[in-house]
Design a protein around this ligand. Structure first.
Ligand SMILES: Cc1ncc(COP(=O)(O)O)c(C=O)c1O
Length: 397
């Protein structure tokens, strides 16, 4: 395909456009919302912000209080503040440390940037602080091998012992490190983190900014491990990418502590919980429910995964992994070494074939909109496979 005429946005814009471009119902919801109430101060509540808070709590399994933000970064920063201030109010004033994973991404602003364990995002303003401690992800960064649950447990327990649980306020985790290379942890991982956080009085914050709103088949990925995080942060797909909106869901017992201890939570952001964003979010959730898109995704995910099978024969493929509608294709050179230039070339060829993917560090990331038809999934998969074939042939001739 020539020019800029793309058929498939295989990365949903920037992991947010979960229902594709120009969805008429989302446009109508936005138009009606602007006509009804063009703005509402974060000191007040609109009908839409109340209804969305109730809906989110229902999707999360009830008993979560919702605080609105405007971006995933600000939601994570808010969650960190809530965790620290609660421990302070409970008399644990040394509990200020945040644990987060190597190659995690939690945002590009302020404290969220510090929580992020992904070096490319830290270079500009790297502030060293004992309050930000990084633990290994579920994948060995040097060898690419996955750790077992018992190895992960031992690593975390060693870190906790070294720092002291009296210093640790919270642990941030993405159910799948998407930006960090689509690292899919072993089953039971979140359950293990929940257990360790309970044992050591650490607030568990699950960052569902990418994985939320159906992308893994459940509303939120943590639900597949039947745990209850202390806080859940969300953004991006909450409005299917049609409006800047994000939120922190605070579990009831945490919220009750904050209320009883009279912790002032004046985290006012002018545009947070904008009624238009909340109305669009309600419509997006309604569409996902009504059109059974989570169920459709579960069926189609394995079909798309199977489409990548022929690529496994290519000598430049190191690994293909995924979960729900999130895949990572990792490339290598003939010596088995990471090959960013090859991944970039394949991404370029994908674009020439009409399909936009994201390449970084030798890994191509794919996470398409939830409402792609079976035919569209098929064509998207073929565009990617063809790009891999083209580059494999180029490199071998
Ligand atoms: C897991 C995760 N958390 C947080 C963020 C930050 O969100 P935002 O860019 O809306 O600040 C991102 C953005 O890519 C993300 O992937």
């Amino acid at each position: 395909m020539e020019g800029n005429d793309y058929a498939y946005e295989a990365v949903s814009g920037h992991s947010c456009l979960n229902l594709g471009h120009a969805h008429p119902e989302l446009i109508e919801a936005a138009t009606e919302a602007f006509k009804t109430l063009s703005y509402c101060s974060p000191e007040h509540q609109s009908h839409a912000s109340i209804e969305l808070a109730n809906t989110l709590s229902r999707l999360l399994g009830d008993a979560y209080k919702i605080k609105y933000a405007i971006s995933g970064s600000s939601a994570n920063e808010m969650a960190l503040n809530i965790a620290r201030r609660r421990w302070q109010a409970l008399g644990y004033s040394n509990k200020t440390v945040s644990l987060s994973l190597d190659r995690s991404y939690h945002g590009n602003l302020g404290l969220a940037k510090q929580v992020t364990g992904f070096e490319p995002f830290k270079v500009d303003t790297h502030i060293t602080s004992d309050d930000f401690v990084y633990i290994s992800s579920a994948r060995n960064a040097a060898t690419g091998e996955m750790y077992s649950l018992s190895e992960i447990q031992a690593q975390i327990e060693t870190t906790i012992e070294k720092i002291g649980q009296d210093r640790i306020a919270c642990l941030f985790v993405e159910p799948v490190n998407f930006a960090g290379g689509v690292i899919v942890p072993p089953k039971g991982y979140l359950k293990l983190l929940r257990q360790l956080c309970d044992e050591h009085q650490i607030t568990l914050i699950v960052d569902e900014v990418i994985t939320g709103f159906g992308r893994t088949g459940s509303w939120f990925a943590f639900q597949q491990e039947a745990i209850r995080p202390d806080m859940v942060t969300m953004g991006k797909g909450i409005t299917a990418g049609y409006f800047p909106l994000a939120a922190v869901a605070v579990e009831k017992h945490i919220y009750e502590d904050l209320t009883h201890l009279k912790v002032p939570l004046k985290m006012v952001i002018t545009m947070a919980g904008h009624p238009t964003g909340c109305s669009i979010a309600l419509k997006a959730i309604e569409i996902i429910e009504r059109d059974k898109l989570r169920q459709q995704l579960v069926k189609q995910a394995s079909t798309i995964h199977a489409l990548f099978d022929p690529a496994k024969q290519s000598p430049i493929i190191k690994d293909i992994r995924g979960f729900g509608y999130m895949w990572g294709l990792e490339f290598c050179d003939y010596n088995g070494l990471a090959a960013p230039a090859i991944a970039n070339k394949i991404a370029h060829n994908c674009e020439r074939n009409g399909c936009i993917v994201a390449a970084a560090d030798g890994i191509i990331r794919i996470n398409p909109p939830l409402n792609m038809s079976a035919d569209e999934c098929n064509s998207m998969g073929k565009a990617i496979i063809n790009a891999i074939h083209q580059v494999t042939i180029e490199l071998t001739t």
